[in-house]
Design a protein around this ligand. Structure first.
Ligand code: TXA
Ligand code: MG
Length: 326
């Protein structure tokens, strides 16, 4: 059985981590499934608990930028981004230093490491209490929707991990933006909680599309984080719906279409509100639509700027044919 802990149980959670066990914890983005990043067996256990392919690398979470930059080669650009956005929902992919003590498996054997300083007091206390970085992917089974509450984590991982620290709902609700700084130009690997516009305001143009060296390497390795089908609910999902079929449940954005069952992302078309509700909405529809004989989710169009870019990225992957899932 998985133990449910409270933010008051940080020492207990840190003890579990230091003995190689897995502990899920809330961050500002989604719940992470944590292990001591310097313990290869604990990192290996993450892949087992999630059913995650070993070639998909994990993000390492640090208490501050100075500690993070001890493990990677950080150019001035990385330091500028850290100053602007950390703690916060931005992950930087940088070359590992030769002295980096993080388990090679955490980086899936790549010569880069993804690092992030989360903006959540409980997550930061947990990392501080452990005294080492925490490797943590999102705390869902591989290919499924990321969890934004302790209940979501339990539903997918109960009995497979030692404990969960319940910190309530996640504020951002979407994973971090992943930016590759290991090549000659900054490259967006995954849109997320920090918008492309916000990044470009600090460092100028950011490239995107699958062409960076790291993305190519990850694709060669068939990294599921970059696969087309990901973040999938059990029910099929249809995008850009302007009218509904009788067997469809509605994922609404703004004034809703007529539907038998509706979950509203943001009545006022606020993209931050919609992002924070997206995964909860998909979890809820998955759990409740079948009982009403609804067999598909139809999502209304969402504008493709700011956080809308990340929302559409997740919806597109969730709607992709499942045969491509890793
Ligand atoms: O918000 C988040 O980022 C959450 C919280 C828990 O921090 N974590 C998260 O982790 O979403 P995960 O494992 O679900 O997604 C990490 C993504 C994957 O797409 C992975 O392929 C990519 O980051 N990634 C990790 N290390 C990488 C590396 N060295 N090079 C390229 N991509 C990397
Ligand atoms: Mg994930």
């Amino acid at each position: 059985m998985t133990t449910l802990l409270t933010p008051g149980d940080i020492e207990t959670a840190a003890d579990l981590l230091s003995t190689g066990q897995l502990v899920a914890f809330g961050t500002e983005t989604v719940y992470g499934l944590g292990a001591d990043a310097q313990n290869p067996r604990a990192v290996a256990a993450i892949f087992g608990a999630k059913g995650r392919p070993h070639f998909n690398p994990l993000i390492c979470h640090y208490p501050n930028a100075d500690d993070a930059f001890q493990h990677v080669e950080a150019p001035a650009l990385a330091r500028k981004l850290a100053a602007a956005f950390w703690p916060g929902p931005l992950t930087l992919v940088l070359p590992r230093r030769i002295t980096c003590p993080v388990a090679l498996l955490a980086g899936a054997g790549l010569d880069t490491l993804a690092i992030r300083v989360p903006a959540h007091p409980v997550a930061l206390s947990l990392i501080a209490a452990l005294g080492r970085p925490i490797a943590a992917p999102s705390a869902n089974r591989s290919g499924r929707i990321s969890p934004t509450s302790a209940a979501h984590v339990l539903a997918q991982l109960n009995g497979r991990i030692a404990a969960i620290i319940d910190t309530g709902a996640c504020e951002v609700g979407l994973e971090s933006t992943v930016l590759d700084l290991s090549g000659p130009t900054p490259f967006l690997l995954r849109p997320g909680g920090i918008s492309l516009e916000a990044l470009e305001a600090v460092i100028g143009p950011v490239a995107r599309g699958i062409t960076s060296a790291t993305a190519e390497a990850a694709r060669t390795l068939r990294s599921p984080g970059l696969l087309v089908s990901h973040y999938a609910p059990s029910l099929p999902l249809r995008l850009n719906a302007t009218a509904l079929a009788p067997d469809e449940a509605l994922l609404a954005f703004g004034p809703p279409l007529q539907a038998a069952m509706t979950v509203q992302l943001s009545a006022s078309k606020n993209l931050a509100e919609a992002a924070s509700r997206l995964f909860e909405a998909l979890h809820w529809l998955d759990a409740n639509a079948p009982a009403q004989n609804l067999r598909q989710i139809a999502a209304m169009p969402i504008p493709d700027h700011g956080l809308g870019h990340a929302i559409n990225d997740r919806l597109t992957r969730a709607a992709a044919p499942r045969s491509q899932a890793g």
